[in-house]
Design a protein around this ligand. Structure first.
Ligand code: PSV
Ligand code: MN
Length: 406
């Protein structure tokens, strides 16, 4: 990176009233977890395309995830999904992760791939199935304990396809009772994140359809329960930045599953279609990180950022790196909003100036800033390029086809 390039950027930001050193610290603190399942084979409900070189087991998934962290310096933890990442010895998996410079992140129970769950898991009308699902949730808390993870991340495929198929209120109560039993199992320093989705695989109703339902469940459970926002899980037109601000203000925003979505739960590279939307979400978070209310600041600073995406056409490791780069770049831009200028415009009810204050930050070229931060943390200045030149992608081809799939 040329010093001249950075000096010019620094001067511009100084004139805009931005404390660049504070922004750099924020960028260095930004960590984004990768999903183990994003390294395995995946597809649509029409076809899973097998890629050559895909990891064959959870250990190899961590090896691939380590590449993402090696070049970005910003993704030191990996979320696991059980049973996709079931191993006989979790201590071994934890040590393997540590030997690669990684930690095990959120533990995700899987309550959707067993025949018993055809009509639901913890909301199934059969008591035996509800109990089986509850056992699996407990098993995941135990796995979190063994792997030193502090997060249980919950998503339920529960729902129905037809009017009349089930009793909504009964299912609501089964959901809450089972969440409560799980909550009671958590250690003091554990958190549970409740993810919602308005459709799929159920098409008529889902039991946790939106953030309001997840929020209500979390409030009733207590402080260790929070909402997880998957950016792909909303109807078109939903103002995600608004609900994010709302949840932070209620101190209930626990985590993110970042991806990109055009129509459904597309799970594509973050910000592939919607960079401005991701920026607007992040600028709400950055504003909250600087709020005068300490509890708001605490929530905004304790969000678990995770990717949740499966790359079906493109190779997986570079797609993850690109996603991390995109989150960093949009977060950097969000840090460049001049909050004083924005507040002034709001007070004066100057709509144009307020919109301009936000847009100015978005339109800033943050390349010199990101390059400087990467140099300072010892990551690659151009992570994707460095990975592509490393030869790792070619080396893993010897694994052949037919690796792990979700
Ligand atoms: C469901 O669509 C979801 O977003 C949940 O987070 C799952 O755990 C994940 O995708 C993987 O299927
Ligand atoms: Mn998700």
């Amino acid at each position: 990176m040329s010093d001249k390039f950075y000096a010019l950027f620094e001067e511009q930001q100084k004139q805009r009233g931005i404390d660049l050193e504070a922004v750099k610290t924020k960028l260095k603190n930004l960590k984004v977890e990768t999903p183990s399942w994003g390294f395995g084979d995946s597809g649509t409900r029409f076809k899973v395309f097998q890629q050559e070189g895909v990891p064959r087991d959870p250990f190899e998934k961590f090896e691939d995830a380590a590449q993402v962290h090696k070049y970005t310096g910003s993704s030191p933890s990996v979320a696991i999904h059980i049973p996709w990442d079931k191993v006989t010895d979790y201590n071994e998996l934890k040590n393997h992760a540590a030997s690669l410079g990684l930690k095990i992140g959120a533990v995700n129970p899987n309550l959707f791939q067993d025949d018993d769950y055809k009509f639901g898991s913890i909301t199934n009308s059969r008591k035996a199935v509800r109990e089986k699902a509850a056992d699996h949730l407990r098993e995941c808390v135990d796995i979190a304990r063994q792997t030193n993870s502090k997060l249980i991340s919950l998503w339920f495929a529960d729902g129905t396809n037809y009017p009349g198929q089930a009793d909504f209120r009964q299912r609501k109560n089964w959901m809450q009772d089972n969440l409560q039993s799980l909550y009671n199992e958590l250690d003091e320093d554990m958190r549970m994140l409740i993810e919602y989705k308005f459709f799929e695989p159920a098409f008529y109703h889902t039991d946790l359809a939106d953030w309001g339902m997840a929020y209500n469940a979390a409030v009733k459970l207590g402080p260790k329960a929070e909402v997880l926002v998957d950016t792909g899980h909303h109807p078109q037109g939903t103002n995600i930045e608004h609900l994010v601000a709302y949840l932070i203000d209620e101190k209930k925003l626990g985590g993110f599953h970042f991806n990109s979505r055009k129509y459904a739960d597309d799970d594509l590279i973050v910000a592939a279609h919607n960079p401005y939307e991701i920026f607007l979400i992040l600028q709400e978070i950055v504003a909250a990180e600087e709020d005068s209310d300490e509890t708001v600041r605490a929530n905004a600073s304790n969000i678990a950022y995770m990717l949740d995406q499966c790359h079906n056409l493109e190779p997986k490791i570079p797609a993850m790196i690109r996603s991390i780069e995109n989150v960093q770049s949009l977060y950097a831009k969000a840090c460049l909003v001049n909050q004083e200028e924005l507040n002034r415009a709001r007070q004066q009810q100057d709509v144009l100036a307020a919109e301009q204050a936000v847009r100015d930050a978005y339109e800033s070229d943050v390349t010199p800033l990101l390059q400087a931060v990467r140099e300072e943390i010892g990551a690659a200045v151009h992570p994707l390029k460095a990975y592509q030149e490393s030869g790792y992608g070619e080396k893993i081809l010897s694994r052949g086809k037919g690796g792990a799939s979700w």
